[in-house]
Write a protein that binds this ligand. Structure first.
Ligand code: NAG
Ligand code: NAG
Length: 341
């Protein structure tokens, strides 16, 4: 067997797909794909005697292996002229070159974050069998943003779908997609209230399974209530805030303010009172940390902690939520936001 070297990290552009031509079966190949793009997972026999095997074709089996290797999911199988794709891979996966004598590479279309993980390609071709391991990494661009759960004044489960879209927009954010929520869940987001997503489904992310949040028997995951009536159903929402074009700051003031004074104080400073999405964005993407409770534009009081410490969110980095308190109470400071010129 030849020992071949190849570049094993392959970047995929949206416009097309790149792949590694020659693969040694003992090498684990890592392929990167962009969300929503197409990607080729390479798998190729190195030496093949086409005279001997003629046009019988390859026997190929592709499976996706669970992270803990406890189970696997069929992706595609091919034998002579019989070809099958399975489950959520149906109609989305095909052999790159179905007539080839030695190439069992597949193309996955419309890549989603759930496609992330380890794949095994098994080629059976008489004397030479081969198993190739491929890791697919999907980049969703979430590094450029943050997902946060949101419910407005008035409490939990008050938003129909339109209200949910508007609620996020008012916080300088947009309603999150399923893929964004999924990646936030992988990143550790745990939230026990269900919220709307952009596809009209209602879901919530659980990293620590417990009785009150969909049961303690099911494993961690994004729990799905499915598609709900956009007009009559009411839930919270998951919003997605991208990187802010400006900066958020704590306005130093001699005394505590009512909500109305807070709004005015930022205006007097040639800024405006900060929105919740801006707060989350600064906290997550810029490590904004301040242990002072301040008013935000929606009338809520919050503060951002990225370095957990005693008396300031001791156990986790978070945007702490004090609540939607009485707007006339002179109890808090204010966070202002100044957009980039
Ligand atoms: C993926 O491939 C399909 C079929 O070849 C094509 O229609 C689609 O535009 C491709 N998508 C991207 C993002 O390149
Ligand atoms: C959604 O809720 C808002 C506010 O509660 C309400 O004004 C609006 O009519 C509702 N939309 C639909 C389509 O029912």
């Amino acid at each position: 067997m030849m020992n071949l070297l190849c570049i094993i990290v392959i970047s995929l552009t949206l416009a097309g797909s790149a792949y590694c031509e020659m693969t040694s079966p003992s090498t684990i190949i890592t392929v990167k794909a962009e969300l929503g793009g197409n990607v080729t997972l390479p798998c190729k026999l190195l030496s093949y005697d086409s005279f001997f095997f003629g046009n019988v074709g390859l026997r190929v089996k592709w499976v996706k292996v669970a992270d803990d290797e406890s189970s696997s999911e069929d992706v595609l199988s091919s034998m002579a002229f019989h070809r099958r794709t399975y489950g959520r891979f149906e109609d989305r996966v095909f052999l790159r070159d179905p007539d080839s004598d030695n190439d069992a590479s597949i193309v996955i279309e419309d890549v989603s974050v759930e496609d992330t993980g380890k794949y095994l390609c098994e080629i059976i071709s008489g004397e030479e069998d081969m198993v190739q391991e491929i890791i697919l990494e999907v980049e969703s661009g979430l590094t450029m943003g943050v997902v946060f759960p949101y419910s407005p004044r008035g409490g939990r489960y008050n938003l129909n779908f339109t209200g949910a879209v508007e609620a996020c927009a008012k916080q300088d954010a947009e309603i999150a997609s399923y893929d964004q929520l999924y990646e936030a869940w992988q990143d550790g987001l745990d939230w026990c209230n269900a919220g709307w997503l952009s596809d009209g489904t209602v879901q919530y992310p659980i990293t620590i399974p417990r009785e009150a949040c969909g049961g303690s028997n099911s494993g961690p995951g994004v729990r799905n209530y499915g598609r709900r009536d956009k007009r009559t159903s009411r839930f919270d929402v998951f919003c997605f805030a991208s990187e802010v074009k400006g900066h958020i700051y704590w306005l130093v003031q001699p005394e505590r303010l009512t909500f109305y004074e807070a709004v005015q104080a930022c205006l007097d400073d040639n800024a405006e009172i900060a929105k919740v999405g801006q707060m989350y964005s600064a906290w997550k993407l810029q490590g904004y940390d301040r242990c002072d409770a301040g008013w935000l534009a929606d009338g809520s009081v919050r503060y951002p902690i990225s370095r957990p410490r005693k008396n300031c969110s001791p156990t986790e980095a978070a945007v702490r939520f004090i609540g939607f308190t009485d707007k006339n109470q002179k109890s808090y400071g204010v966070y202002c936001f100044k957009a980039d010129e």
